[in-house]
Design a protein around this ligand. Sequence first.
Ligand code: AHG
Ligand code: MN
Ligand code: MN
Length: 335
Amino acid sequence: MLQGKLITLDEFTIMETRKFPQATGELSSLLREIAFAGKVINKQVRKAGLADILGQHGATNVQGEEQMKLDVIANDTLIHVLKTSNDCSGIASEENDEVLPYEDTHSANSKYIVLFDPLDGSSNIDVNASIGTIFSIYRRVSPTGKPCEEKDFLQPGNKLMAAGYIIYGSSTMMVYATKLGVNGFTLEPSIGEFCLSHPNMKCPENGKIYSINQGNWVKYNEGMKSYLNYCMEENKEEKRPYSHRYIGSMVGDMHRTLIKGGIFMYPADRSNANGKLRLQYECNPMAFIMEAAGGKASTGTQNILDVTPEKLHQRVPIFIGSKNMVDKALEIING
Ligand code: AHG
Ligand code: MN
Ligand code: MN
């Protein structure tokens, strides 16, 4: 990075595209369009306390969870911005039952589809803690020229072209990954631009933090309890016990894990055979980012990115973070 020179997300994506003479720039424009949606959502998030848009919307989403008003605003914003862009043929959202192909000619000719969790960690809105937007971009497998189809959205994570998140925290950041690596951009509010602040992000191979909703302890199997006992047990050489941190917003917990190292887990338990988090909206994009940053993500038995999705809203257990910590967790959990 040039000393004292701000590199905006727009400049950065254009520079990246120029590395590949055959690239059309469509992926870069799509990333910029998602960043624009992020800025619009950010504006709503920042005024949530003032504008009487806090609280529940009154409807439930496809998973039977209550939608918050900001969930609806974020979802509508992304759907609208991507529909009016030239680079997206359709979307799937955690908040919608079905995929939404855009029917107009421009969209039908676009080669990319986008999946998103418009507002992750929404139970944190009322307590003013970090929330975020998570997105995934795939190249469609159906032919262009016609509306996209559900099969375009059921591709495994190892087919992702790009994935990222926007975190509405003490500052607003967009972090995105391609196979080239992971870069983070902080929103500079005075010019309204995301500026490169975290170039070439790497997740440390080792960490000292474990992150899980430990209140579910009684529902965990013996392998899971053994690993948590390992995290809490004293071993000065191995710098244990580890610290425990859990925000309850995957974006917040993952952002910390990416920067500081550690492990984030949402395992299966007695009541939820597949854990809680959704493969296509939460686990795959985060696994793609984590692997591009040198970390690891597993269901416990398989790399997350290798899972073939069977349905749009399916859930999978997840163990994600510093490579050595995830390996150790899998070794103990699988006995
Ligand atoms: P969402 O707000 O999109 O429904 O996601 C909430 C998720 C995730 O962000 C977080 O890691 C997890 O739910 C927390 O679940 P618990 O409250 O069960 O710990
Ligand atoms: Mn979520
Ligand atoms: Mn959500």
